[in-house]
Design a protein around this ligand. Sequence first.
Ligand SMILES: Cc1ncc(COP(=O)(O)O)c(C=O)c1O
Length: 389
Amino acid sequence: MFEKTTVNLKILRERAYNLRWATVPEGVIPLTAADPDFPSAPQIAEAILNFTKERYLCYGPPDGLPYFKESVAKFFEEKRQLSCSPSLLFPVDSAAFGIYLICKAFLNKGDEAIIFDPVDFLFRYSVETLEATAVPFQIPAGSNVVDFEKLESLISKKTRMICLCNPLNPTGKVFTKAELMQLGEIAVKHNLIILSDEIWSDIIFAPHVYTSIASLGGDIAQHTVTVTGFSKSYGLAGLRIGAVLASNPEHYKKLIDASLHNSTIHGANVIGQIAAATALNHCQQWLGDFVAHLQQMKDLCVTELNSIQGVQCTAPEGCYVAFANITGTGKTSTQVHELLLNQAKVAVVPGLKQWFGEGAEGYIRLSFATSEEILKEALHRIKKTLNSK
Ligand SMILES: Cc1ncc(COP(=O)(O)O)c(C=O)c1O
């Protein structure tokens, strides 16, 4: 299922955008945006065909198809141990929009939101688009100690929210239950909303285990708004589908009002909802095989990166990206990015503020959601280029 032969480069070159195959020059391997090189599970195509064969593609309910809502609620109850009613969640047209929507519902102009550093650009982008201020909080890679006293010291009278990205893209850190408890207690003490982005929560490498912060229950759950998506685990990025989950009717109302779904100005398309519900209900074997493949690619990627002069990479605990420190090469992340693109013919994401915040300088990020053959070829080229500099 996850071999070289399943990667259809002809189709990817026509369809894979966002810095990937369709956007890079011929011959370049794009280990850029975290989007798998593999086709999605066959059950998803089958469900879409079944749904569309009568050719009725009517308006759906503004708060989502019942099948979608029930499937997501069941997933969170059974797989994430949190109490979740279908009436407190609704689909959104991507996790990216879900992040923005939560910020829109709970932040006003001039407010402050704490975001991790480094972290995916979507958090800063959403906060700043709403004319609020993003306050960065450094999170070390791997199991290094998170300074929660520092987190508390960043809270001011204007702080309204802590943006939790767990697992953390780009470092791949998976927060422990104890860490989440500390973060949750600080949020409760200061009456802050916890925006919990869980889009990566299926991609966890043993022995690490995933905890949803809302599963800690009580006040912590009541302060949490969760967002998830289906792009990473199931390769459905082009369908633009995700979900937001409130912990109480008051938060739900704020979210659905801010979404503009009731006016039909926005909404999540029904095909995406069918695909996502099918993924949760019928593609768990596929997901398990995908994660097993990723575990092997992670080991390969980290070992190879650490064998390159001037490069150091802490193994990610989750996510299918490797975040490698390149300061030992004596070059900036932009210089390494350009060198790899022009000489190795491999595209990576440079650790720039615009992608991951200030804490990312000196790093590059590589996605390893591809076949072993493609990954080996890319790493071989990277190694040859950097070792000869
Ligand atoms: C942490 C995080 N949240 C959200 C997203 C966006 O996902 P979607 O494709 O559902 O918008 C990404 C995509 O890279 C991500 O890494």
